[in-house]
Design a binder for this molecule. Structure first.
Ligand code: ACO
Length: 340
């Protein structure tokens, strides 16, 4: 059983489907605030270090690309953070770690060391530009920026809790962020969006959705992108991302979105029938998958891009935990095994 943790960073109201970050509602932030605004909100400081941080990371990563490019993406993110010489002040370290994740994800997408960062442009614009080797459109930049804002902070989820446990031992920011990356990658947390697209690909057309989903449930498998430990109603981030997706969609995107919306309706119907006692609704990962696909992010990099957003929350929690100065050490209940 985890200890109850007090935080002033966010409130996840699972009964009413509301997310509040540092006193601001998600409805107020998504599509309006930038990633840099979120950094200021969560870290209580200006975001001026992020652009120079990307340049610093890019310079220090030069020698490491041959290894990073031949490493699984989440391992490459952790390796990059572990290899770089980071400063000892919390703010400088948090800025450089966050900036580094953006540069690594861009290089992994491109398959080589990206062109040098432009420190003066936004984090979202620079990640997309480095990823493609060419600037993205304003609508695409707004799409990625809105995504990073939407996922930046979300209470005591598994990766944030991991970061806090590590921070509570006074291990420092980098170990906490590296540990959080480990927790994020599982399919029950941040690893679900890739499988959401695999599911849409396997279903193929709206007409086959019901029978495909039904067979999955009968086989005892979970439908990716549905259900949440805290939300008992629709995850508010799903609608925030859906709004961003509608603003982005092109011809192909419209077809994909129509299929996804039809799959979503069938999945919710079937989940209601198969788990009548449990409210299972659409979660953030369902529309994350579609949004990142529309932005041309390779499926294997969905979780690393998620990390680029969530790192703001992790670093804020690390500082809060360090200020609190209390070791997290839940009790366990010993139940001797009964052998037949
Ligand atoms: N599809 C089918 N059944 C489900 C689903 C699902 N997506 N989610 C929960 N259930 C069922 C479980 O099988 C279980 O049924 P049972 O009681 O008959 O055994 C019941 O609902 C409760 O499941 P729990 O695992 O106890 O519920 P929990 O609140 O711990 O689950 C979780 C939350 C892990 C997110 C779950 O809903 C899930 O596995 N979803 C699919 C994966 C996913 O979308 N992950 C991303 C989550 S969002 C994020 O972390 C960023």
């Amino acid at each position: 059983m985890a200890e109850d943790i007090e935080t002033s960073l966010s409130e996840v109201d699972g009964d009413n489907g509301r997310l509040t970050v540092c006193g601001r509602s998600l409805d107020d932030l998504a599509g309006r605030a930038t990633y840099e605004d979120m950094l200021t909100l969560l870290w209580g400081t200006d975001a001026g270090h992020l652009g120079p941080g990307r340049l610093w990371a890019w310079q220090h990563l030069q020698a490491h690309w041959p290894v990073l490019l031949h490493t699984a993406p989440m391992d490459a993110m952790r390796a990059a953070l572990s290899l770089l010489p980071v400063p000892t002040s919390h703010l400088a370290e948090a800025s450089r770690l966050s900036a580094t994740l953006g540069v690594v994800v861009a290089g992994l997408a491109l398959g080589r060391c990206p062109d040098a960062p432009h420190p003066q442009v936004s984090h979202a614009a620079d990640i997309l530009r480095m990823m493609r080797g060419a600037p993205a459109t304003p609508a695409e930049v707004a799409g990625l920026d809105g995504y990073l804002v939407t996922v930046a902070e979300h209470g005591m989820n598994a990766s944030t809790y991991t970061a806090r446990v590590i921070a509570s031992t006074q291990a420092g920011v980098r170990p906490a962020v590296v540990g959080a990356l480990c927790a994020l990658q599982g399919p029950l947390h941040g690893g679900a969006p890739g499988p959401v697209l695999d599911m849409l690909d396997s279903i193929g057309t709206a007409a086959s959705a019901r029978s495909w989903l039904s067979a999955e449930l009968q086989a005892g498998r979970r439908l990716m992108g549905f259900g949440h430990r805290i939300y008992r109603v629709r995850d508010p981030r799903a609608d925030a991302l859906k709004g961003l997706l509608h603003a982005l969609r092109g011809e192909r995107g419209a077809e994909r979105l129509a299929l996804a919306e039809s799959v979503e309706r069938d999945a919710l119907d079937l989940l209601r029938e198969s788990k009548p006692d449990r409210r299972l609704e659409t979660n953030v990962e369902f529309f994350t998958a579609l949004l990142l696909e529309a932005l041309g992010v390779p499926r294997t990099l969905f979780t690393p891009v998620f990390a680029c957003g969530r790192v703001l929350g992790w670093c804020a929690h690390v500082r809060e935990q360090e200020d609190h100065g209390h070791l997290i050490r839940p009790r366990s209940t010993y139940r001797p095994a009964v052998h037949a």
